[in-house]
Design a protein around this ligand. Structure first.
Ligand SMILES: Cc1ncc(COP(=O)(O)O)c(C=O)c1O
Length: 478
């Protein structure tokens, strides 16, 4: 009997070429498509809801069905007008690298199973360590599924190294602008609400250093054990970088772990401007960066870097008898000893192949371009009578709102107007431009980390926003 999942070589080629043709077409015509799509649960249920089919169907029919019904109902996160959340610009080489890694089903857990996969993770990790001025010899790191898992891995390590088994008095500090994945990680770790200090931010959205110091001093007086500060290197809302050098000073003085969440903003180290803003990042004990954001990789690849790789193995290493035979020697790293996953996909391959193919200079140029593009966008907004900049361009993020000079709307009306502009842009499907809230104001936010986005795209979106704003104001008059 033929094994149930075997296809003939001709069938495999036909199916594979069809998918590659679709992908090449997608990358080539990306801009001509609308980035936004939407569907209700009812609409999706109507298309997909069925019992698992017992009967086979031709591979071509399945892919045609997927192309007609699945792909069109997914936002294009790599579209140049995808301004919201943190976009996923991606790149073609890494897309194929992922296909290779999956095709060969490479197990990236233990050295003996796939030495080259482990070696490539070591080598690419060294590139990253060097980029961030972390020590290459003692330092180390691991690729994760994303920033959330990197933050979780960091905090497990911080707790293990600083507190050992007893963390009943341990206290952790982060700002009210830190990414929600940090709080999620803290909760996963079983900390109680009383062990978490959310420190307010100042008018520039940086952690209030004075309030941070006060909170640490108070905790010490009360007999608590301050053990970790989470600093943001590029907050999701505004791109703000916390005062890293000052935080490093206090961590040194008080013997605290310094974790930096640079999931999206860390990549700015590739540009001169960015590396100035990120000064002090090299002093962190652990650092999250997310290659599936501003290193232009397809999902999923996050990364955690640490100053001392033994912290990871001391935290995560387990020696079950069934892994006895693949232990290897100490220099041959088993990445299952560095993090939570045992079976891991080969994430390093796409990072490696894309940097080899395009060259690091291409990445540096792209990040520099993005930072300048956000500044140019700020310039356009500041020169317009209609727009108000709420938070200036920082690491390619900018926040603004429609508030024409002389209109004198109440704050409540301004909030509604900007919300409505966003909703109408979304309904047009031409761009994704959602709101956030800064200091109680509803604002529009752009995260411009896609090198395909040009100032022309941005001007087009502003024209659209202006037209929608006038439309709304007119409707409100009647
Ligand atoms: C600063 C920051 N940290 C962490 C994350 C979470 O990363 P992921 O979505 O890859 O889990 C994000 C996501 O936007 C982020 O902006």
């Amino acid at each position: 009997m033929k094994p149930p999942f075997d296809l003939s070589k001709e069938e495999m080629k036909a199916y594979g070429y069809k998918i590659i043709d679709i992908l090449a077409e997608h990358f080539d015509t990306l801009e001509s498509k609308k980035p936004v799509s939407s569907a209700t649960r009812e609409e999706m249920d109507a298309v997909f809801l069925q019992e698992a089919p017992n009967e086979a169907m031709s591979a071509t029919e399945v892919i045609d069905f997927v192309m007609d019904n699945v792909i069109p109902y997914s936002n294009i996160t790599s579209h140049p007008k995808m301004y919201s959340f943190v976009p996923g610009p991606s790149n073609y080489i890494s897309t194929l690298a992922d296909t290779l890694a999956t095709g060969f089903n490479i197990f990236s857990g233990g050295w003996i199973v796939s030495p080259a996969a482990a070696e490539l993770e070591i080598v690419t990790m060294n590139w990253l360590l060097k980029m961030f001025n972390f020590p290459v010899q003692e330092g180390g790191g691991i690729f994760t599924s994303g920033g959330s898992m990197a933050n979780l891995t960091a905090l497990v390590t911080a707790r293990r190294i600083k507190c050992g088994d007893d963390f009943s008095k341990a206290v952790i500090y982060l700002s009210d602008q830190a990414h929600s994945s940090n709080i999620k990680a803290i909760r996963v770790l079983g900390f109680k609400k009383e062990q978490i200090r959310i420190i307010p931010t100042d008018l520039e959205f940086k952690i209030s250093f004075n309030k941070l110091k006060n909170a640490i001093a108070k905790d010490k007086l009360e007999g608590n054990q301050p053990f970790c500060i989470i600093a943001s290197a590029g907050t999701t809302n505004t791109g703000t970088v916390d005062p890293l050098d000052e935080i490093a000073d206090i961590c040194e003085k008080e013997n605290l772990w310094m974790h930096v969440d640079g999931a999206y903003g860390g990549a700015a180290i590739l540009s001169e401007k960015g590396s100035r803003v990120l000064r002090g990042i090299e002093r962190a004990d652990s650092l999250t960066v997310d290659p599936h954001k501003w290193f232009f990789q397809p999902y999923e690849i996050g990364c955690l870097l640490v100053k001392d790789s033994s912290w990871l193995s001391n935290t995560f290493s387990e020696k079950p008898e069934y892994l006895r035979d693949i232990e290897g020697n100490e220099s041959e790293i088993n990445f299952y000893d560095y993090g939570i996953q045992l079976t891991r996909r080969f994430r390093a391959l796409k990072f490696y192949m894309s940097i080899k193919t395009y060259g690091l200079d291409a990445f540096k140029k792209a990040v520099t371009y993005n930072i300048n593009l956000a500044e140019e966008t700020e310039d356009i907004l500041r020169k317009s009578k209609n727009w108000e900049v709420i938070s200036p361009a920082t690491l390619a993020v900018i926040n603004f709102r429609y508030n024409p000079i002389g209109l004198n709307l109440s704050e409540e009306k301004l909030d509604k107007l900007n919300q409505e502009i966003s909703a109408r842009v979304l309904a047009s499907k031409e761009a994704l431009l959602v709101t956030t809230v800064l200091q109680n104001q509803v604002v529009l936010r752009m995260c411009l980390i896609n090198p395909k986005t040009t100032i022309t795209h941005i001007r087009e979106t502003f024209l659209q926003c202006n037209a929608f704003a006038k439309q709304v104001l007119k409707e409100w008059e009647c």
